[in-house]
Design a protein around this ligand. Sequence first.
Ligand code: ASP
Ligand code: MG
Length: 440
Amino acid sequence: MKVLKFGGTSVGSIENICNVKNIINDGEKKVVVLSAMSGTTNQLVAIANNISEKASNDAIDKINKLHETYYSTIDNLISDKNLNEKVKNHVTEVFNSLVECTYKEFSELLENKIVAQGELLSTFMFNCYLQQEGIKSALLPALDFMRLDAAKEPDIKYIKQKFAEVLNNTAEADIYITQGFICLDANGEVSNLQRGGSDYTATIIGAAIVAEEVQIWTDIDGMHNNDPRYVENTRPISNLSFDEAAELAYFGAKILHPQTVTPVRTDNIPVRLKNTMNPEALGTSITSNHIENGIKAIAAKDNIIAIKIKSARMLQAHGFLKKVFEIFEIYETAIDMITTSEVAVSLTIDDDRNLDKIIAELEQFALIEIDKNQSIVCLVGHSIVNHQETYKLFQILQDVKIRMISYGGSKNNISLLINSKDKVKTLGKLNDYLFELVTL
Ligand code: ASP
Ligand code: MG
């Protein structure tokens, strides 16, 4: 069986929902994972924020507006009178329960329950729509099988077993619809796989059923070789290896959840990125094959903070880095890039929640300098570290100020840290010389 995931825009308008129906209705049995309709999760997060700030009137305003939007979508999508009424009743129950949440004490669990409603609504509506269209579909409730373990990782053994059970107990159908993003935590409470997590749901299910393929349908023709938001003439990449895709998902234009390929790589299950608005386009195919042709893609990640840690104690001393890393470990802050000299080490983080505490601890034994507003520009391709063309990078970037460079950490990635104000210029220059073959 294949697993097909459709993102927020794919279920965000009547036209796109129709496209989705046409894509999945090919006579093959499949699992369909849906996101919330575009904009819904943002609104639900905003509603939860209002509740935490005790601004219940603002929350209720947002709930009412969203309720109206859903009513008009239902009227445009579901003409069958009985089904229309059934969906509206269900949706009204959900929105009434959201209003009840505004009287409750705020907690993380309450927020998780609120943001889970987006996927619960989209799947319920879509299932009824398929029934109206005479397609045999069934809902598989994600909360009956999707669970995280104590380390907040997907509990694949549990998911495998529960998914099989749920499938067994569900009436035979051609299309099995389930919710992306939502799951239970190790204590059995409602949780989620973080924003953009529906991609991750799809590959977790793909791994659990050892799917033939996982398809991620979005609103772009696959992964592009540069960021289309900042650079003109970007092109879709036809093939990526799991390694390359993992690097790009983390650094890239938020097309994929960073963990997307993790569950499927051991079983070598291919992942294909496709465009709901242009199903004919080939998209990007992610497999274990390495195709060697130099730098394939450039991506950038903003809001990076560089921390320089300088200490005379580092000179020929062992255990210094351990001491530094331990501090980041205590404050659960991931380090992305790192470069060292004999007396200093520079590293980057993208999560500044505990920055002040981290600095205070580091200052006990080192001089600290912080540079905010940095961007990591990452170049990805198979074995680019040894590629004969890679030396050109230094020529191309001769007038860009590089704060850090990471070369050789893996063969498939070269990362540069630059000031964010230089990002657009840097991405454009790299694009011209590497992909548009402007000569130096
Ligand atoms: N609805 C969730 C979000 O907006 C998950 C997803 O769309 O992948 O983040
Ligand atoms: Mg997404």
